[in-house]
Ligand binder design. Sequence first.
Ligand code: AMO
Length: 438
Amino acid sequence: MEKIKFSELENYFDKEIEVSGFIENIRVLQYVIFIVLKDKYGKLQVTIEKEDENNSKLVEIASNLTLDSTVKIKGILKQNPKVKLNGMELIPSCIEVTSKSLEELPINYKDLANTLIDTRLDNRMLDLRNERNNYIFRIQSDLIRNLRDTLYNKDFMEIHTPKLIGAASESGSEVFEVKYFERLAYLAQSPQFYKQMAMASGFEKIFEVGPVFRAENSNTNRHATEFTSFDVEFSYINSFSDVMDLEEEMITNGLAFIKEKYGDKIKELFNVDVVVPTRPFPRVKLNDLYKELESLYGYKAEGEDLYDLSSEGEKLAARYAMDKYNSEFIFITGYPAEKRAFYHMRDDDGLLNGYDLIWKGTEITTGAQREHRYEVLKRQAEEKGLKEDIKFYLDFFKYGCPPHGGFGLGVDRLTLVLLEIPVKEAMFIFRGPNRLNP
Ligand code: AMO
């Protein structure tokens, strides 16, 4: 039999039921013991009359209960308007302690205001019992399911690519090495090559939601060394606008769904208003953006910024998107090829047929049309000094490969921007330069 959810108890009045949950609270009074049980869906009061002789065993068990233990309780569910908690109580006949918690918890997860994030992460299983923290992952799960749904409705299929790879591919500096029997292997920093191989395999429309690894020693509020990437790739596109269109549709659907289901809860727990974007999202070339940022806010892009937005540039791009388009989102296009991956298609001016998507000042996606012409691709790879290691990849394009494009959307980035929280909170289990536990 399925466990009864505490949100569905009203279907069981005057029936004998069995419920399970954590002990949220215990109050031992002169004549009565109140226990509050909690499950994922709500809370339930359990009332034990001490005077009742039949209850002596229950009183003994209840007197020795510790908070946060888990129990299974059998009893009759009664409606009782005097009970503040949902006007109902369980009158138990049997209590079984299924797991006893030690008295002293290392953190008080009910009030985390003064607990350091790293202490919380050390005790993440308790930290996540906190309602707000628990909600992060319900929201994330529903959002990702909705993104998947948009793709399934368009006949995309999910694939699974290897994370152990034989050659450091996109850029050698960012990959983790692992000992692989007598040789070295690497942890995939993106499924990029394999999603393109799926196009050469005639799959046409694919996606993957999976782990990627980056050996970047960045300690920021938005970088992790392992994170989850939502990767999409599809064939027979006419330009990278098709890729932006698809991503826009996914995000708009996803946020409409999340606002409907969690909008009030997100406001209550995170003080964030979920805004469903209007389409199309603004699309601006990097060069044009810089002209605007200079004339509007006096920002002058120099050095590295000419190739990519700095974090200050991203913040200003967001401000510009809001001021000019009343949009939380902005696509930036027209990046120079120099500092970008070799596999993107370029236009006649040497700019990429690709984009970054910035949401509320944080990059959440890179996407592009890919270079699918073998000779051009080979030349672009060679320009970046890539040769032997990617021979297997170049082979994908030798025997016919449709024009295609796609994008990589960081699931953790999406979550942290949506709820305006740091990356350490947005990941179920965070991995960073100084953290490999729990
Ligand atoms: P890129 O390297 O831009 O592109 O990564 C895609 C998206 O992944 C997220 N992201 C990160 N999230 C958390 N911690 C990190 N260290 C981190 N680095 C990146 C961001 C980013 O936009 N192969 C291309 C994608 C493609 O063209 O399809 C790629 O990996 O949200």
